[in-house]
Design a protein around this ligand. Structure first.
Ligand code: PFF
Length: 477
């Protein structure tokens, strides 16, 4: 462990590839594999996918570049970096509030993200057990949960939710793994984890997608995802699509700002940003093409919401060849994706604590991780002991939300759009133009296009979504 390191500012990625792997690792996570197919399923498929891709290109991509350049120009933790660029641009130092907002959002997301990752671990364990049982009885390619009926299989999710100890224990295991990696340093922890987990993730993703294409109903899945039915689009779907684009690209949560600070001067940021956005969106679409053929193969509903991967898929694997093995592989792949994302969520606040309190990295990571763990415990209890609690019951838009959903809603619908809005105003209007252009590495023409998107398109579009999220009832929810 890098015990000698007293500040985050001395750390650097060892290469451009290392940064891309870490940033793609941050971007590709539960958002791609759990949330994206869920939202696409609930919002009618094709039209949602199209709008989502539009948001990624017009808003997400310009913002990814804005955040990594802000991080690299500042070269320290998220708050310090924005403060430094504000100073160099002769603007108020209070702009550093952007960094504070982002770190807080990332910290809160981490606390519930880890709980959901705990569900994934639960399914890694039960599907692993199931496959081992099949293996030892001489049928390694048996379907999943052989001999069980649909009720028993879907009931596993309610069983898990009814057990506070199991939820908290699994959340704890995931948080310890996250803290361990971040505590080991940028180079020996984050970079190394991304270097192993991301290639493994991609291989598993391809295996399960090819499996789905051959054994499932691929044609129906393609039609569902790529035939837009615009009557399905409404303001709520647009709002969801933008929130999802920000979340999926890891924008406005301190992760990219902080990772950006570790990029060396020689790296071209514009092409790197394109790469990150393309890979993230590619994985989200492949995840849809992995999941829906399997869902359609057994005639299940694509709009089953958050239960899609935890209940519908296990049921599907129950009647598919080699379902036990593929189910196990599927949950391992999600686990890898979640882990490389959670480390970026923890790194933001940790880097700040290291710089602000001048303490060593492992201690900072443990402190931040412990508090996030406790908030996650409250979320986990929201499924059983505090099942009736609706923390934002007074607020129309969030009235039905349990504790975890409320935290997800406030961060995703308010804090992320607000953080992205402020970044676009800061980079588009406040920051020194020459400094910004130099960092992007863009030619004059491309720079003008990019700057127009950041200065005009982003604030207006994100501002509208923010308004919809903030004003209760405006979207009819
Ligand atoms: N992008 C991650 C996902 O799609 O699961 C979640 C995330 C990670 C959001 C890191 C924000 C962040 F800073």
């Amino acid at each position: 462990m890098a015990l000698t390191q007293a500040g985050s500012s001395g750390d650097h990625w060892s290469s451009r590839t290392a940064f891309i792997l870490a940033a793609v690792g941050a971007a590709v996570g539960l958002g791609n594999i759990w949330r994206f197919p869920t939202l696409a399923g609930e919002n009618g498929g094709g039209a949602f996918v199209l709008v989502y891709i539009g948001f990624v290109i017009l808003l997400g991509l310009p913002l990814v570049l804005s955040e990594i350049l802000l991080g690299r120009a500042g070269g320290t933790d998220a708050i310090g970096s924005v403060e430094k660029v504000a100073e160099q641009s002769r603007r108020s130092r209070n702009w550093k509030g952007i960094g504070a907002l982002q770190i807080t959002a990332g910290f809160l997301i981490l606390s519930f993200y880890s709980v959901v990752a705990g569900w994934v671990i639960n399914y890694v364990l039960i599907s692993g057990q199931d496959w081992l049982a099949a293996l030892f009885s001489g049928a390694p390619f048996a379907p999943a949960f052989a001999g069980e009926n649909q009720g028993t299989i879907t009931g596993r999710m309610s069983e898990l939710f009814a057990s506070p100890w199991r939820l908290i224990g699994l959340h704890g295991i995931f948080m310890v793994a996250t803290v361990w990696i971040v505590a080991s340093g940028v180079h020996n922890g984050i970079e190394r984890a991304a270097k192993w987990l991301m290639p493994a993730f991609f291989i598993l993703l391809i295996i399960v997608t090819v499996y789905g294409a051959f054994t499932g109903n691929f044609a129906e899945a393609v039609a569902f995802m790529f035939t837009p039915d615009f009557s399905q689009l409404n303001p709520i779907a647009l709002n969801e699509a933008l929130g999802q684009a920000l979340f999926s690209l890891s924008l406005a949560a301190g992760g990219l700002l902080t990772y950006g600070a570790y990029i060396t001067r020689d790296v071209n940021l514009a092409s790197t940003a394109v790469m990150i956005a393309m890979m993230d969106t590619g994985v989200a679409i492949i995840a849809g093409l992995m999941i829906f053929p399997i869902v359609f193969a057994v005639g299940l509903d694509p709009a089953s919401g958050p239960a899609l991967i935890f209940q519908s898929l296990p049921v599907a694997f129950n009647s598919m060849p080699a379902g036990a093995l593929v189910g196990f592989v599927f949950f391992i792949l999600i686990f890898f994706a979640a882990l490389t994302s959670s480390i970026s969520l923890l790194e933001g606040p940790t880097a700040w604590v290291i710089d602000r309190f001048r303490i060593v990295r492992p201690l900072a990571a443990i402190m931040v991780g412990s508090v996030a763990f406790l908030i996650g415990v409250i979320c986990a209890l929201g499924y059983n002991v505090w099942a009736d609690v609706r923390p934002l019951g007074f607020w129309n838009a969030f009235a039905q939300n349990d504790i975890l959903d409320a935290l997800d809603g406030v961060t995703g619908k308010i804090m992320l759009p607000l953080g992205a809005f402020l970044v676009s105003i800061f980079i588009g209007w406040m920051a020194d133009r020459r400094l910004v252009q130099q960092q992007t590495g863009l030619s004059n023409g491309m720079f003008a296009v990019w700057r127009f998107l950041v200065a005009w398109v982003c604030p207006i579009a994100v501002g509208l979504v923010l308004l919809f999220g903030l004003v209760p009832g405006l979207l009819g929810s």
